[in-house]
Design a binder for this molecule. Structure first.
Ligand code: FAD
Length: 330
């Protein structure tokens, strides 16, 4: 069985599926997580394995999605989902129960547990916008801590679980703040264009999620057809001065103003560096979206890294911009 969407075969000293809390606490008490390196694996949709993992892979498989509370005045709903649930199963379950707010994040691969770690985002929404709190277990003591939204220190595809607390907590469940009222969030241009093209002026929650999913798969490879880790690189942020320089030489460069400068579309940089559709070994740059590296069949982790390094070097040479990997290399 291959537990990563890139489809790269990999082995580890130990592989443990964790289905209940006591099992995890027993593993911690027995020293399983302190005696050797460990890695928490969700759906493997943002990781690249580069060889044998000398340690323990913990694969979370705990399940359950529950409505915790309803505020009948404000319509606010608190919904808790187990880390081992598939993210899209949570989104679809919410839509089916008229719990609203997650529609724009439909069809993102991976698990609920990884969503706060990565602060997943798409079509104008990020997980941080709907996360109320995160229940996590300390990997050394087994103690549980509930992190408020603010304590998670969410950033662009980042959180405290990937930064200062990396490796220290296992996300066990996530509580979302949803709503009994559906308010479509259609500020993202590609999404509003697609809704207009489909004649959906007032989409239902189901229609919005379906349009999001079809937009997604028109641009990204489906994991069951082509191996990838989604966007391989982050969109880099540059200073206003650097952006102005780039804009002078490349008037069509794609960028969005952010608090500390400009966020450049990494896909544009990679495409204009001539990499879109190109291949190196058995790994390639997806022909519909240059931000995505794909497995052309039998690709190894080191081939992925070789391609990523070649792209990074060209983008640095041409634009003076350092690309940072979004995918996690193990
Ligand atoms: C085709 C495709 C499209 C994608 N589109 C998007 C997109 O639109 N937006 C987006 O943001 N991402 C996207 N991604 C990336 C991916 O879906 C997300 O990063 C997702 O959150 C990864 O979930 P996972 O369960 O597979 O995590 P994994 O890849 O298994 O792990 C990712 C990281 O989270 C950690 N982790 C996982 N579970 C836990 C846990 N319970 N506790 C602590 N740490 C944990 C892992 O240790 C690792 O560091 C896409 C990926 C693919 C393949």
């Amino acid at each position: 069985m291959i537990y990563n969407t890139f489809g790269i075969p990999a082995t580890a000293d130990h592989y443990i599926e964790v289905t209940d809390r006591q099992q995890l606490l027993d593993l911690i008490a027995q020293g399983t997580l302190s005696s050797a390196p460990f890695f928490v694996l969700g759906g493997g949709s943002n990781v690249v394995f580069t060889g044998h993992y000398h340690g323990t892979i913990l694969h979370l498989e705990n399940k359950g999605i529950h409505l915790l509370s309803t505020d009948s005045t404000s319509g606010t709903l608190l919904v808790e989902a187990a880390a081992g649930e598939q993210w899209d199963a949570f989104v679809q379950h919410s839509i089916n129960n008229s719990w609203h707010g997650a529609e724009n994040l439909a069809a993102i691969p991976g698990t609920v547990g990884a969503a706060p770690v990565q602060n997943v985002g798409a079509y104008g929404l990020e997980a941080k916008d709907i996360i109320h709190s995160v229940r996590a277990i300390h990997t050394a003591t087994g103690q549980e801590k509930v992190f408020t939204n603010a304590e998670c220190q969410f950033g662009y595809r980042s959180s405290i679980f990937k930064q200062s607390l990396q490796g220290q907590y296992i996300v066990w469940s996530v509580t979302f703040r949803l709503s009994s009222t559906f308010t479509p969030q259609v500020n993202y241009k590609a999404l509003s264009d697609a809704l207009s093209a489909a004649g959906l002026v007032h989409p239902t929650a189901r229609q919005l999620a379906d349009i999001v999913a079809s937009l997604r798969w028109s641009k990204l490879p489906r994991p069951d057809e082509t191996g990838s880790a989604g966007s391989f690189f982050k969109n880099p942020i540059v200073t206003p001065q650097h952006y102005e320089q780039l804009k002078t030489h490349h008037p069509d460069i794609v960028a969005y103003p952010v608090a500390d400068g400009y966020k450049l579309a990494a896909g544009w940089l990679i495409e204009h560096a001539g990499w879109k559709g190109r291949t190196l070994g058995r790994c390639g740059v997806y022909e519909k979206q240059a931000l995505v590296l794909v497995n052309l069949g039998g690709c190894s982790g080191s081939e992925v890294i070789a391609l990523a390094d070649a792209i990074t070097a060209d983008v640095k040479r041409l634009y003076g911009v350092t690309l940072e990997k979004e995918a996690i290399i193990i």
